[in-house]
Design a protein around this ligand. Sequence first.
Ligand code: XBP
Length: 269
Amino acid sequence: MSQLRTLIFDVDGTLVDTEEVHRQAFNLAFLDFDLEWQWTPHLYSELLAISGGFERIHCYATHLGKAAKKTHNFNEFVLRVHQRKSAHYARLISSGEVPLRPGVKRLLNEALEQNIKLAIATSTSMVNVKTLLDNRLPRDWTSWFEVVATADTIAKKKPCPDVYHFVLNVLAEKPQHCIAIEDTESGNTASLQAGITTVITLHALTRGSKFPGASLVVDHLGEPGLPMTIFSSHNASVSTPTHVDIELLQSILNLPRPCRHKEALPALG
Ligand code: XBP
C-alpha cells in the first residue's frame, strides 16, 4: 500500500478554468500586432497540446497558421507578442471573476489538515501563478505549497516530465506516494511519465481529449453539494463518491495504475 504524502496540482484549467482567458489574451495580442490570427475555442483546444504560450504562438506561426513573415528576428517578434499576451492575461485574470474550480479550495485545506504536502507543477510563468492565486487564495498561499515549479523553473515543458521530476527532487519524494491533478493530455503524459498516479479534471476545452493511463477522469473535484461526474475510473468501486477527497485519492493510490496503452499485458507465468 502506498501512503499518499504529496498532492501536485497543475494550474491552468485545474486550479482555475483559465484557458478561455488565455485564449482571449492571445487574440487581443494578435489584434495589437495587426495579425490576422484569431484562435477559436476549437483551434485553441488543439493548440493546448503545445505547452507554453511562446511555444504555442511560435508553432502556430511557423507550421499551422498563416505563413509567418520569415524575418531574421522571428523569435524576438514571437517573444514580443507573447509578452503583450501576458499583459492582457494579467489584466483579465486579476479581476478575480474566474473563480477557483469546484472542490479545489476544499481539497487544498483537507490536504493541509492531514499533513499532506502540496506542490504546483505548471507550464505557465510564476508571474501568472502569483497573479492568479494572489486574487483567489489567502495572502499566505505560497506557504501552503512546498514547491511551486513553473516555466521559470524548468526548460522543457509538458508533456516532458521535467517539471514533475523537479518537484519530486526538491521534496526528495517517491512518485508512488504522490498524486497529480491535471487537465490536459499533455499534463497527463508528463505526470504519468514521472511515474505519478494522475487524476484529470475536464473542462470545455478538453472534453474531447483522451487520457490513457489516468486513474480517474471527472468534470471537476466536486463539493458535497455539487456532485462531480465520473467519466472514467480505474476502480469500479469508485462509482459512488460525489467529490474527490483525500480518502478517495488514497484508495486510488492503492490500486495498480492503469496501463497507458491498450496493448495486451504480457502473459503472466
Ligand atoms: C498551461 C500552459 C500555459 C498556458 C498559457 O500550463 O500550457 O502555456 O496555456 O500560459 P499548465 P503562458 O496547464 O501546466 O498550468 O502563455 O504563460 O504559457
